[in-house]
Design a protein. Structure first.
Lengths: 160, 718
């Protein structure tokens, strides 16, 4: 079956035999975007988090057939070196990553949270950022999330 | 061990560029250490733990034509920040800026650099001197050539940002290097004083930060080769199960399946996509030989103080008389722990003729090369291992023998193969942190201080039966050096103290897990010392300090405990429903003290704050040392309060995140204060030692909150 969607602002079509193939593998192995990670395959760890129509989705458990007509953003489309997303700016400022494997998932989850909740409290963070990081970067991540919120708010002010 | 503080003798090698674009490369070798010393070093101190031949390099520094300096590192980057620290050290002695240096994990195609492993928290500590010497030597070589070219004495030349100047002229390192035909090696120049360094000792941002923030494809799982197909392997779900036969008929006709490979002990499924390979695998009916369905009780029965192979690992003074009525005895335990590193194990392999290429996340580059070479029956030099960034190591990747399966599948299908473990396979085929059982015995003197302290501990394999330490090292040492980490009593002024190991090999693989025995051993010892302190009605800091001498590491251990006492505002009383707990440890020469603040809400243990006072000597990158302390504390806390693997109907369980309860954002302290003491003039290990005291510190706080001593990990309020 042919499935068309937008990914990182580009139109994309894939021809795939099994519509139940997880979106994660289409993105990684057919579109060769490797920033979205496999962690558990059961939506338990969040390493594969990306945005579909602005919502944080765990792509390992999202069948490709549901992606028809959707707008997908992965870490590669979140920001660039020249134009980093506020979350990426904050992550750099606080030197959050250690091994780095889970970090795209966390940044995507955070970016989606900030779109809904521009100034999350610690409780909001606890409730919404439920990915797994084995290196234990949580304490820095929490600080970075607050910083990202501040950067994003001030950017939004300017663009208004 | 006499010469342990002497610098190792090093020889330098020079050759043309390593890659196609390099101009010159300088290599350093650390001469062979006797194998016995290697084993002991890993336990007792941190003199470079190398096994290497005198003519082979451990490191290469290469100058590229664009004046970029490439450090080919024998150590891999798994999050611990080693690449950043190594870059800082080289940049300082070579007089280049941080953005002129690039660190890459050395592949084996031009000579193996890593003969042992990345682990034991040794990377920066062991490469500190060789790297400084190499950087300085290379700088002097370049200056000597510029001096010849300009006919100006070396002393009148200066270097900065990869450029040599004589006052009126300047030339880049790359330009001068490209003009040299035969290099002259100077004697190793005098090293710069560490306080003159521009980068070393400063909180420089990680060199891999941007790659990791923008999602670059840097991990083993991200590797691709042209024409690559996907594979998975059928693995046993039961402990001790061995493969008998498999019915693959249905799998063979599944969509996308390219080939099914049946081997003596395993089945490989190769398909066009990973989803197709996994779907086909699910249809394979395997007959397993399951001699016994192991239970948690069965394992506990095996693993007890008093059972297995006994070895005294420490002995001072007299043994306690178990009949003595004043002897207090408490038993402790810790469960099986999973590594749960985020990137599953896997490999991308290509085999053409008698040549193999393996791209993977591994902590043992050299050992993996040997395993593949042996399995395929091809010369070692024909196996190129390309190590990538690791999506977590924590000791799990000290055995990456699955590279062999990837290579065999690639060979049989005649195309490059990518293959990795599913998460369930990771959880069931881990090389677990072994469960432990401890009996602590102690006796107070008339003044209420410890006069006797004994630690009897039972553990499964850590070092024994691992691919990393040859059997001979274990038989020379007699005990499991990994299980022993943190097991000996650091209170050397206690008149009678001893530590006795009981080692048992369990029916499933147990091995290196970040900090090895340290977390459980320190939990047992420091919980018991705290209990004795409460019995004696003493201050926990003073109670400990009174029994540490000034010998050996004593001053540094006392240093962290004293500083923790000074800045923690420690109080034995419950305040605002919170209590404090403290504990200390020394691991790999780096002492650490923790003070935590804990409350209990609806039976949930909440750690509000952790103070970590840590002495690792020179902190090459203080920010990354802090990051390692934070990570070790959170991972240790997760082990202390949350994590537990168990056995159900002969299977290891749970098999995914979530059911395998780990500390998440909501569970970790909002505040971790790390105070660094530089109690030595060189760097000591960082990645594991700060994990030591955390479980005991939390348990000690709970004791003050509830009056109950929790003796089993994970700590639970019932």
């Amino acid at each position: 079956m042919k499935i068309s969607f937008t990914i990182n602002d580009q139109q994309q079509s894939v021809d795939i035999e099994d519509g139940n193939t997880p979106l994660l593998w289409v993105i990684r192995d057919i579109l060769h975007l490797k920033g979205t990670k496999y962690g558990c395959g059961k939506a338990a760890c969040g390493a594969c988090t990306l945005h579909i129509d602005g919502e944080a989705i765990r792509s390992c458990s999202y069948a490709i057939k549901f992606a028809q007509g959707k707008e997908i953003t992965t870490i590669e489309g979140l920001g660039t070196l020249e134009n980093p997303h506020p979350v990426q700016q904050a992550w750099i400022q606080h030197v959050v990553p250690q091994c780095g494997y889970c970090q795209p998932g966390f940044m995507m989850a955070t970016a989606a949270l900030l779109n809904k909740n521009p100034a999350p409290t610690d409780q909001d963070i606890d409730k919404n950022i439920v990915n797994v990081c084995r290196c234990g970067t949580y304490t820095r991540m929490r600080k970075a999330i607050h910083t990202a919120a501040t950067i994003k708010q001030s950017n939004d002010q300017i663009s208004k | 061990m006499k010469n342990k503080n002497k610098e190792s003798r090093r020889t330098f090698l020079v050759r043309g560029g390593i890659g196609t674009i390099g101009i010159i490369a300088l290599g350093s070798c650390v001469l062979t250490n006797p194998i016995r010393r290697v084993g002991l070093d890993m336990v007792e101190n941190t003199v470079a733990p190398y096994i290497g031949k005198g003519t082979k390099a451990n490191l290469w520094i290469e100058i590229l034509q664009n004046n970029t300096i490439v450090l080919h590192s024998s150590k891999v980057e798994m999050g611990q920040g080693t690449f950043t620290g190594l870059a800082q050290i080289v940049a300082d002695e070579l007089d280049i800026s941080m953005d002129q240096i690039q660190v890459i994990a050395a592949s084996t195609d031009r000579g193996i650099l890593d003969r042992t492993s990345t682990g034991g928290s040794f990377s920066i500590a062991s490469l500190w001197m060789p790297l400084r010497e190499m950087g300085a030597t290379m700088r002097e070589m370049l200056k000597m050539e510029a001096s010849k070219k300009w006919n100006i004495p070396v002393a009148q030349l200066s270097t900065n940002n990869g450029v040599i100047s004589n006052g009126s002229q300047s030339i880049t390192y790359a330009t001068i290097a490209s003009e040299v035909e035969k290099w002259k090696l100077p004697k190793t120049p005098k090293l710069r004083p560490t306080n003159s360094y521009k980068f070393t000792g400063k909180p420089i941002k990680r060199v891999d930060l941007k790659q990791k923030v923008f999602g670059d494809p840097i991990f083993g799982m991200d590797a691709e080769l042209p024409g690559m197909v996907h594979a998975c392997v059928v693995r046993p779900e039961h402990v001790g199960a061995s493969f008998r036969s498999a019915d693959t008929s249905q799998a063979e006709s599944m969509p996308g399946v390219i080939q099914i490979i049946k081997k003596e002990t395993w089945v490989g499924v190769i398909a066009a996509s990973i989803s197709q390979a996994l779907a086909a695998k699910r249809t394979i009916k395997v007959e397993w030989d399951i001699p016994k369905k192991w239970t948690e009780e069965g394992i506990r029965e095996l693993l007890q103080v008093g059972k297995g192979n006994r070895m005294i690992t420490q002995k001072e003074g007299k043994a306690l008389d178990p009949e003595d009525k004043d002897v207090i005895s408490i038993d402790f335990s810790s469960p099986i722990g999973a590594h749960a590193q985020m990137e599953p194990n896997g490999a991308v392999a290509a085999v053409e003729g008698d040549k193999a290429t393996i791209i993977l996340s591994t902590q043992v580059v050299g050992i993996t090369q040997k395993q593949v070479s042996k399995a395929l029956g091809i010369p070692l030099k024909n196996v190129n291992i390309i190590p990538t960034f690791l999506g977590g190591g924590f000791g799990r990747r000290l055995n990456t023998s699955h590279a062999v399966q990837a290579a065999i599948m690639a060979k049989e299908v005649g195309r490059p193969v990518k293959y990795f473990f599913t998460r369930k396979e990771e959880f069931q085929n881990d090389t677990f942190r072994p469960p432990t059982h401890h009996t602590l015995r102690g006796k107070l003197d008339q003044k209420g201080y410890l006069e006797s302290l004994e630690h009897h501990y039972a553990s499964g394999d850590v070092a024994i039966n691992s691919v990393l330490l040859p059997g001979i090292v274990n038989s020379i040492l007699g005990s499991d050096v990994g299980a022993m980490r943190g097991a000996n009593i650091m209170y050397d002024a206690i008149e009678n103290h001893r530590s006795v190991q009981w080692h048992t090999t369990l029916p499933f693989a147990t091995s290196w897990w970040r900090s090895l025995g340290l977390l459980a051993n320190t939990f047992a010892i420091e919980s018991f010392v705290d209990e004795m302190c409460i019995k004696a009605n003493k201050d926990p800091f003073e109670f400990r300090l009174s029994k540490i001498s000034n010998k050996g590491y004593g001053k540094r251990i006392k240093g962290v405990i004293k500083r923790a006492a000074e800045i923690s505002n420690y109080n034995d009383k419950i305040q605002n429903e919170r209590a404090m707990g403290m504990a200390a440890s020394i691991d790999s020469s780096s002492p650490c003290a923790h003070v935590v603040e804990v409350s209990i809400e609806n039976k949930k243990i909440i750690v509000h704050k952790v103070l970590c006072v840590f002495d690792c000597g020179v902190a090459v990158n203080p920010d990354q040392v802090r990051a390692q302390c934070e990570g070790a504390i959170i991972m240790g806390m997760s082990g202390a309060i949350h994590e537990k693997m168990t056995l159900k109907d002969g299977q290891l369980y749970p098999t995914n995140y979530g059911p395998y309860d780990m500390a998440l954002m909501k569970d970790v302290p909002k505040e971790i204060e790390v105070v660094l003491i530089e109690g030595a003039d060189k760097p000591y290990p960082v990645g594991e030692p700060p994990m030591g005291p955390i479980a005991a510190a939390i348990g000690n706080a709970i004791r003050r909150l509830t009056g109950n001593r929790l003796t089993d990990l994970p700590l639970k309020i019932t």
